[in-house]
Design a protein around this ligand. Structure first.
Ligand code: 5AD
Ligand code: SF4
Length: 443
């Protein structure tokens, strides 16, 4: 293996979703294959890469302030600095306007260029943000594993849904599906490296179709990944409620390695808001899918994303979201205030819910969900769960942290250092955001 970047250190700061985390780990793998070593801090590294997210205004604001702090010291020490990811794609020119010393701006799908750009080390600017129409496989390279037992595997990229509020189709482009065989090759290699949990990723995984002749879909992929020796837990995200099919629900149910957990972003409980968002389903349609999943897998833990303050959202429409939370009783939600995003249909109309109203609605959603979670977590007291170890509990010198099959955070004590990856934990305490327990030591 060539070592053209030997002696250089790199640092990657990642904003945004799991897809970005996976891309960052792959970039790290490319750089390490050339001899670069990982640095803990941006301040001391020779190569600084910022992987950006543009899904909400807040993510972008954080990015620009981070770049502001980074730029002058990086320039002073002659570091190579690059911006990649969704904001690089969507706001490409914004990075050139400012007197900042950036060496490259690359949209998703062009990261194989990074080692060459860094090697050239010229203060020139490289900007590549065209979007590919078809899947392009990454060059061979060992994805860096930030967690030795759990890894993301990208199965598709992009989104054709064009929900009225969402920038993703403009950032990641149209849907591109990774060939079935290449997905399985990567999983086989990860399992060989000791990985036990695979999280299949894509912005719209229900649309997955093998681009090969057979056109196999997500259900067949779940069957095939389940057959892979060494893989114990399988998750997949993100699902769209409109295209989440009974076939995939059945594939989950018949494959015991698929975790009893699903992220199914609902966004709103109101039919009229869902229609304005262009989601293609209504409240009842969503509830029907939830019932179907729970009929097949009674212990399944569901989570969702919620947007409050969508344009035109009335008090009555918002109340429908609260009542949906009470009806479904999600294990977890991610809730956001609406913010207009470039190129989207919703951004062409007014952003007319006042900031204080959005804030109050977000608080109300989060308070209700907190109470629901606290109550649901109490039901786990006394139960023994299988937990995938993540590492030490940062707040407890004798404690460890992990995740249950239902994706709940579990903090636990253990008399001996667990060899990992799976441990059994008896739940002895609970709060709204996590469970606490004692490891059931093997006898
Ligand atoms: N404003 C607020 N939240 C948004 N999301 C996507 N676009 C916006 C926006 N313009 C949220 C959705 C999505 C999650 C990833 O981010 O809830 O599911
Ligand atoms: Fe952010 Fe969406 Fe891009 Fe992920 S795909 S980084 S959530 S904008």
């Amino acid at each position: 293996m060539s070592a053209n970047l030997a002696g250089l250190s790199y640092f990657i700061r990642t904003f945004g979703c799991q897809m970005n985390e996976n891309d960052s780990e792959r970039i790290a793998g490319l750089l390490e294959a050339e001899g670069a070593v990982r640095a803990e801090r941006a301040e001391a590294s020779d190569i600084v890469i910022v992987n950006t997210c543009s899904v909400r205004a807040k993510a972008e604001e954080k990015l620009f302030s981070y770049l502001g702090r980074l730029s002058a010291p990086a320039e002073a020490r002659g570091a190579v600095v690059g911006v990649v990811g969704c904001t690089a794609q969507v706001r490409r020119t914004a990075f050139w306007d400012k007197p900042r010393r950036l060496h490259f701006v690359l949209g998703p799908g062009h990261y194989e260029l990074i080692p060459d750009i860094v090697r050239a080390r010229r203060p020139g600017r490289v900007c590549v943000t065209s979007r590919h129409r078809q899947w392009r496989e990454w060059p061979a390279g060992r994805t860096r594993l930030s967690d030795p037992w759990s890894a993301y595997v990208t199965i598709m990229e992009g989104c054709d849904n064009f929900c009225a509020y969402c920038v993703v189709p403009f950032a990641r482009g149209r849907e591109k599906y990774r060939p079935f065989a290449l997905i399985l090759d990567e999983i086989r290699s990860l399992a060989g490296r000791g990985v036990r949990e695979i999280q299949l990723l894509g912005q719209n995984v229900n649309a997955y179709r093998d681009p090969g002749a057979e056109g196999r879909g997500l259900a067949e992929l779940l069957d095939a990944v389940s057959a892979q020796e060494g893989v114990e837990w399988i998750r997949f995200l993100a699902s769209h409620p409109r295209t989440f099919s009974a076939e995939v629900a059945r594939a989950m149910a018949r494959n015991r390695k698929v975790c009893r957990q699903l992220h199914l972003p609902v966004q709103s409980g109101s039919d009229t808001v869902l229609a304005r968002m262009g989601r293609g389903y209504g409240r009842q349609g969503y509830l029907d899918k939830v019932r179907q999943l729970r009929d097949l897998m009674p212990d399944i833990q569901l989570s969702a994303d919620i947007i409050v303050g969508y344009p035109g959202e009335t008090d009555a429409e918002f109340a429908e979201t609260l009542s949906l939370l009470e009806e479904v009783r999600f294990a977890n939600i991610f809730s956001f205030r609406y913010s207009p995003r470039p190129f989207t249909a919703a951004s062409r109309g007014p952003d007319d819910v006042p900031a204080q109203v959005k804030k109050a609605r977000l608080t109300a959603v989060q308070a209700l969900q907190k109470a629901i979670q606290a109550e649901q977590h109490r039901d786990f007291l006394g139960r023994t769960l299988t937990v995938l170890l993540r590492g030490r509990d940062k707040r407890d010198a004798r404690g460890f942290a992990g995740r249950s099959e239902g994706n709940q955070v579990v903090n636990f004590r253990s008399r001996s250092e667990p060899a990992g990856p799976f441990v059994r934990v008896r739940v002895t305490g609970s709060g709204p955001y996590s469970l606490k327990g004692e490891r059931v030591e093997p006898v």
